[in-house]
Design a protein around this ligand. Structure first.
Ligand code: CA
Length: 650
């Protein structure tokens, strides 16, 4: 598209004049079906003409079967009116003609508002979405609608990692339908969706499942051709490689809805990972309709690259903002999505996020929003725009942010692979861990603004990171540190997020036996969840530990207090001479808890408040429980084993 960039156009896009003249507010871009009429509309203010190319199917090499001249409307809109009978099930794209320096130039583009596409997302489909709903879709609801954000437990997963292993017991490997399967097992142990249900998570956060670019959907499933999917091609279309048929655009829509419906029926809400901060490349279809508009490009044609992916989305422009808002609301409405995780949120701006919030509240009030509020070096095209970073979290209504503070304090920096954290004996991290327990990293003012985690798809897995920063560490010690890290995340105020497979000591190892820190295009062999590990007692024990921590968290109101002032009142840190011991007493309503976290190798004896009277032990080095029955009554003193936590409650 670069050859279409015109200096005068680039200079005009962020001006008040342009926005006044061309901002289009109605919600009917793309395909609208009413009665027996199909209306197709696109926005291309500098086009000289737009032709709608119609195709009998969505295959990239298919010839045009018919062309329809689109009519110019006000505000840069082009429209074509077709009949339902003749066009449902057909595919289309746009042939746009521009005039630049007296010469006509043409480009063919897919529709950025396409709700379904043919294979590889080249051509948009004219689809009647009401025909794609699974049985009972009208009654389908978010099963966790009434939970406060800090009551939730999020699990971050890639669609394919879930089922790819030959031991997953899941039939639909690598597919949306694989996430929906129940009754799957490795030997007699549950895998897949049943495992998630048993574990007690409330929200499944899936890595990108809009149509992304890097997997060739015409090729059969290949375990070596894999991608996380942070390379958007069509924002409003499900990814074709996750469907059982990537050619028929309706199949991906139907199967994704079936997946959502199955998760909801099993008590699990769905969070969608969205990547509005950049596109795969500048060939993106919106950029064909309005050359250079979608990105932050300076007068010399240099693309801002704060995303480190080649381009940054210009969310401050009215029609980019509208597109992002429309897209998020579309997923919430059409697919019943319960939450959105914004990749590199710090590229987008506060106003866009507040519009999204407002729109989602009108659909369903409790839809979760969180993102990566990192400060990135992006160059805005307008003045007085505030970026959606951690520092500006208070300027946004109910948007949470990942806490890199807890992540790095617990296990060491993700950027320095050998740097240690609290669990590996770094006493300098103690104050940050304490702040994390309160749900209060310096940038946040409320715990519901904070997503607590120690690992996610990025960087080394928790279990691998522990090995990397502890030379010659034993398996047992690695396990202890992993459990301690999980305890800190699940016992902190805020919203806990777990990386899929963390609970069975996920490790990403390549064919050379090396840990892989950036597995975005590694094979299934590296990325797949290894369900067969559940058959080994030492892995099963870790799983039970995670499960116990989740159950304890859910059963303990004092661990998800909404108000930051109430947290301060409830928490008293216990003084200790031990540099790697954190002790805290929590008194909230009828609950009294004592928690100790020991980052040292040594067992440490501690005196208990009120001489331990009435307290029971729920969590220690070996087990985590939600119920008192399995727990010992403690004495006046207790021992906090090295690299472990001890939690008492009365
Ligand atoms: Ca794709």
């Amino acid at each position: 598209m670069r050859h279409l960039y015109c200096k005068d156009w680039l200079e005009s896009y962020s001006t008040d004049e342009f926005e006044k003249q061309y901002t289009y507010e109605a919600g009917d871009l793309g395909v609208t079906i009413s009665g027996d009429v199909v209306m197709i509309k696109c926005w291309s203010p500098y086009a000289k003409s737009v032709i709608l190319n119609v195709y009998p199917n969505g295959n990239p090499e298919t010839e045009v079967s018919e062309t329809v001249k689109m009519e110019a409307q006000e505000r840069g809109i082009w429209s074509a009116k077709l009949s339902v009978n003749d066009y449902i099930g057909k595919y289309y794209d746009y042939l746009i003609t521009f005039e630049q320096a007296g010469t006509e130039v043409q480009v063919t583009s897919c529709d950025p508002y396409a709700c379904a596409t043919g294979v590889n997302g080249e051509k948009a489909m004219i689809l009647d979405l009401t025909e794609t709903n699974p049985a009972g879709w009208e009654q389908d609801r978010n099963p966790n609608e009434t939970l406060d954000w800090n009551d939730m437990v999020i699990y971050e997963l890639h669609v394919r990692d879930f089922s790819a292993s030959e031991h997953s017991g899941i039939q639909n490997k690598g597919k949306f339908l694989g996430v929906a399967e129940t009754g799957t097992k490795v030997s007699d142990i549950s895998t897949g969706l049943d495992h998630l249900k048993d574990m007690g998570i409330t929200h499944l956060h899936l890595l990108p499942f809009y149509d992304y670019c890097s997997i060739d959907e015409t090729q059969p499933y290949d375990k070596d051709k894999y991608n996380w999917g942070y390379d958007p091609k069509n924002y409003n279309t499900p990814e074709g490689s996750y469907a059982t048929d990537a050619y028929d655009g309706s199949v991906r829509v139907k199967e994704l809805k079936e997946m959502v419906s199955a998760l909801h029926k099993n008590g699990i809400s769905v969070v969608m990972d969205v990547v509005y901060n950049h596109t795969y490349n500048e060939e993106y279809c919106f950029n064909g309709l309005v050359p250079g508009y979608f990105y932050r490009i300076d007068k010399k044609g240099v693309c801002s690259d704060g995303s480190a992916c080649g381009n940054d989305t210009a969310s401050e422009r009215s029609m980019v903002r509208k597109f992002i808002v429309d897209s998020v609301l579309y997923w919430a409405r059409e697919y019943h999505i319960d939450g959105f995780r914004f990749d590199l949120l710090g590229i987008l701006d506060v106003e866009t996020m507040n519009e999204i919030r407002k729109g989602l509240d009108e659909i369903r009030p409790n839809i979760l929003i969180y993102g990566e509020g990192w400060t990135l070096n992006t160059v805005l095209t307008k003045e007085q725009v505030t970026l959606a970073t951690q520092q500006h979290v208070d300027e946004m209504d109910r948007v949470a942010m990942f806490s890199d503070n807890i992540r790095d304090a617990v296990k060491g920096s993700v950027f320095e692979k050998e740097e240690t954290g609290f669990i590996s004996g770094n006493a300098e991290c103690v104050e940050d861990v304490k702040a994390a327990l309160l749900g209060a990293p310096e940038w946040a003012s409320r715990p519901e603004q904070v997503v607590n985690y120690t690992s996610c798809h990025d960087n080394y897995t928790l279990f691998d990171k522990i090995a990397l920063c502890n030379e010659d560490i034993s398996f047992e010690n690695r396990v202890k540190q992993n459990k301690l890290a999980a305890a800190i995340v699940l016992l902190s105020q805020g919203i806990p997020l777990l990386h899929a497979g963390e609970e069975i000591l996920r490790s990403k190892v390549n064919a050379e036996g090396k840990f892989v820190g950036d597995s975005y295009k590694s094979s299934d062999d590296v990325n797949a969840i290894r369900w067969e590990d559940l058959l080994k007692p030492e892995y099963q024990e870790v799983y039970e530990y995670y499960k116990g921590l989740i159950a304890f968290r859910k059963n303990t109101k004092a661990l998800h207090i909404k108000d930051a002032e109430e947290i301060k009142k409830a928490y008293t840190f216990i003084e200790t001479e031990e540099p790697l011991l954190i002790g805290v007493q929590v008194s909230y309503k009828e609950e009294n808890i004592v928690m100790y976290f020991n980052g040292s190798e040594d067992d440490i004896r501690v005196a208990l408040p009120d001489n331990g009277a009435g307290y029971r032990c729920y969590i220690d080095a070996s087990k985590a429980d939600a119920t008192t029955s399995a727990c010992n009554i403690v004495g006046e003193q207790a021992v906090v084993e090295g690299k472990s936590c001890l939690v008492l409650k009365k």
